[in-house]
Design a protein around this ligand. Structure first.
Ligand code: NAD
Ligand code: MN
Length: 355
């Protein structure tokens, strides 16, 4: 048997309501999986910032690095006006732990007329997000500039991640017969190299090279210019399998794709590095429903499963996905964002029963 130590970072708002649900599902996994968990509660977020002056306490980073195999992050609130000393803890964590990939699966219920089951793999460390900006005066007024940095190394490792995810998804489809025999493995490389021939050009050529290696011979390589990608993604989402993109396009595509399946409360993500993963629901702290006990826990439960996949526990992950799908297909115990009237706890209990 294996014991995984998991850091729990609820953060703010409904993060505090959904992260406990994530812990419950890990504790409820069948013992036949021979997986045990130990947990450590960790602070981060705006409330932590108000109390301590740091949104990401050093203790949190140290414990994650030294003790943990993975973590679950809820959500944090951002100040509405620029606040001196505050910066986003999840952005800092991605840097400190070198979590270079942001992985966001978007999946509709299987009974949908045209089922969506795709995953966006976003590079998480560079591109315009290196935040090297400057502003200067000219006779015509101010000009602001930002650096867009693309490296071979970062492009190569994100393309490798996309290739591995495509292979894993194929394995799961083969073993469960789900998704239909028709769905083939494909990685769509998204870029704008027709305009940005050097930066996006490097991303594109590096990704192509990586995915042309023999281990990915069963993975089809496709390319889309990012604007046309948006069009096609919204017209024909069921055509896609794995989409890999530089940071900025990946950010936009992954929020956009989340809209395809109805509620933000359904969409998970993971921040992944080599040997470490943090699950994180894609929604924020939802102050409008905080404290009411009605937050949809599914994005978090799926984020737990996604974390497990990257920790090498595909079977345990599959159990969670199936239980969640069962709840959604059942259609009886749904939270208000899904048109139902169930409380967070009732949704969680229904899903635990299905494990
Ligand atoms: P939000 O995702 O918190 O909420 C948007 C809408 O979706 C709200 O109406 C909310 O009630 C609903 N919603 C979100 N998650 C839900 C769930 N699990 N179940 C049911 N309904 C859900 O986005 P926002 O309102 O723009 O931002 C609120 C705060 O969260 C802000 O401070 C923002 O900066 C922060 N935020 C944090 C993250 C993060 O931590 N990763 C992401 C986005 C926003
Ligand atoms: Mn975003």
């Amino acid at each position: 048997s294996r014991t995984l130590r998991i850091g729990l970072i609820p953060g703010d708002g409904i993060g505090r309501e959904v992260v406990p649900a994530g812990r419950r599902i890990l504790e409820a996994l069948p013992s036949s999986l021979k997986l045990n968990f130990s947990f450590v509660d960790l602070d981060a977020g705006f409330e932590t910032f108000r109390q301590t002056g740091a949104a990401l306490p050093e203790r949190t980073v140290e414990i994650l690095k030294k003790e943990c195999d993975g973590a679950l992050f809820g959500a944090v609130s951002s100040p509405t006006t620029p606040t001196k000393g505050y910066s986003s803890p999840i952005v800092a964590l991605r840097k400190r732990l070198d979590l270079y990939a942001n992985v966001r699966p978007v999946k509709s219920v299987a009974s949908a007329v045209s089922p969506i089951d795709l995953v966006i793999v976003r590079e998480n460390t560079e591109d315009l997000y290196v935040k090297e900006e400057k502003t200067y005066d000219t006779p015509q007024g101010k000009v602001a500039e930002a650096i867009k940095r693309i490296s071979e190394r970062a492009s190569s490792r994100i393309a490798t991640m996309a290739g591995e995810i495509a292979l894993r998804r194929q394995r799961v489809r083969d073993s469960t017969g789900s998704g239909g025999a028709a769905k083939k493995s494909m990685v769509t490389i998204t870029h704008k190299s027709n305009v940005l021939s050097q930066t996006d050009g490097l991303f594109r050529s590096t990704a192509r090279q990586v995915l042309s290696q023999p281990q990915y011979k069963d993975v089809e390589i496709e390319e889309q210019i990012v604007d046309s990608m948006v069009y096609k993604l919204f017209r024909q989402p069921s055509d896609y399998d794995v989409i890999v993109a530089p940071n900025l396009y990946g950010d936009i595509l992954s929020d956009g794709a989340a809209a395809l399946v109805g509620s933000l409360g359904l969409v998970p993500s993971a921040n992944v590095g080599d040997g470490f993963a943090i699950g994180e629901p894609c929604h924020g702290s939802a102050p409008d429903i905080q404290g009411k006990g009605i937050a949809n826990p599914i994005a978090t439960l799926r984020s737990v499963a996604l974390m497990l996949e990257f920790l090498g526990e595909e079977k345990a992950a599959a159990k969670i996905y199936e239980a969640v799908d069962g709840n959604l297909e059942g259609g009886k115990l749904l939270s208000p964002d899904m048109g139902g009237s169930a409380k967070t706890d009732e949704v969680v209990e229904d899903i635990l029963k299905r494990l």
